[in-house]
Design a protein. Structure first.
Length: 292
């Protein structure tokens, strides 16, 4: 019986993973965010790899980091290797029949846009079981085990991206505040509600609408857009509404537009698919129902 030779012992896998992420981002901080570890852990992993290789792979300076020539020669091979590993892991997961269909979505999208559409999919595709992960940053679908992601992004012509709707913003408030805003001719004296992720919403809209916000009372900030929406419904102030996300609240009358002027942010709500999918038939059905 033949015995396959042992593979030569290489550096720790976590060290190589940390190097690949840091090299791709040219940032220890961004690599740490992607891998859910601290920047210090990334730095230590890379020192381990540099010790194993016997050569520096990054130059550290006051502005951040940059790859050495030795580091630059490794990036493409490391990236390809981890992409192959991700493909193998995806194939392994899909061996199981009726495996969960994994969706990654912006928290606001997961809370305000997705539920109605998931109900539709459950009714029409009862054989598919879903899991939804809310996250602030769109994942790399070539690395992470998601079947699709739903985030706001600049639309492109990629066959793996489906644009669902343009991101249009407009001030909204509870109907009980409408008389007050109309009498005042604007929002003076009414708090403006703010989302911490979309910090530029009010500035973007006021610039496009030629509306002077200097006399406005700046109200509370929220890290969850869905909570800001609930506060707006309760009459706490005027919120910059993303029409994709608040369409149901406008239709039901829970919210009303507080100003006739709307504007586009230049982004769209997009469904992003991995370049390689072993569940293309299921994915196509899900996408059709999500974008209907």
């Amino acid at each position: 019986m033949s015995v396959a030779p042992k593979r030569p012992k290489g550096p720790p896998l976590n060290a190589m993973r940390a190097f690949e992420a840091a090299a791709r981002h040219i940032s220890f901080v961004a690599a740490a965010e992607e891998l859910n570890v601290s920047p210090g852990a990334i730095s230590q992993h890379i020192k381990t790899l540099e010790g194993w290789a016997g050569t520096p792979l990054f130059r550290r300076n006051a502005q951040g980091v940059e790859l050495t020539p030795e580091g630059q020669t490794l990036v493409a091979d490391f990236t390809t290797a981890f992409d192959y590993m991700a493909d193998a892991a995806r194939a392994l997961r899909n061996i199981k029949p009726n495996a969960d269909f994994h969706i990654a979505a912006l928290p606001a999208v997961a809370q305000l846009w997705l539920p109605k559409r998931l109900r539709r999919i459950r009714e029409q595709l009862p054989e598919i079981s879903f899991s939804v992960t809310a996250m602030e940053t769109a994942p790399s679908l070539s690395r992470e085990m998601f079947d699709l992601s739903i985030f706001f992004a600049k639309p492109d012509s990629s066959p793996n991206q489906i644009s669902v709707c343009r991101d249009v913003i407009v001030p909204v408030c509870a109907p009980t505040l409408l008389d007050q805003t109309q009498r005042a001719g604007g929002f003076q004296g009414i708090p403006t509600l703010h989302d911490q992720i979309w910090k530029d919403d009010w500035a973007t809209w006021s610039r496009n609408a030629s509306y002077d916000l200097r006399n406005n009372k700046s109200g509370p900030q929220f890290s969850l857009y869905s909570l800001a929406v609930e506060e707006a419904k309760a009459g706490a102030g005027v919120l910059m509404g993303h029409l994709c996300l608040i369409e149901e609240a406008l239709k039901s009358g829970a919210l009303a537009t507080a100003h006739p002027q709307s504007c586009s942010t230049g982004l769209s709500l997009v469904i992003q698919l991995p370049a390689q999918s072993r569940r293309r038939s299921e994915t196509d059905q899900v996408v059709a129902l999500l974008s209907a």
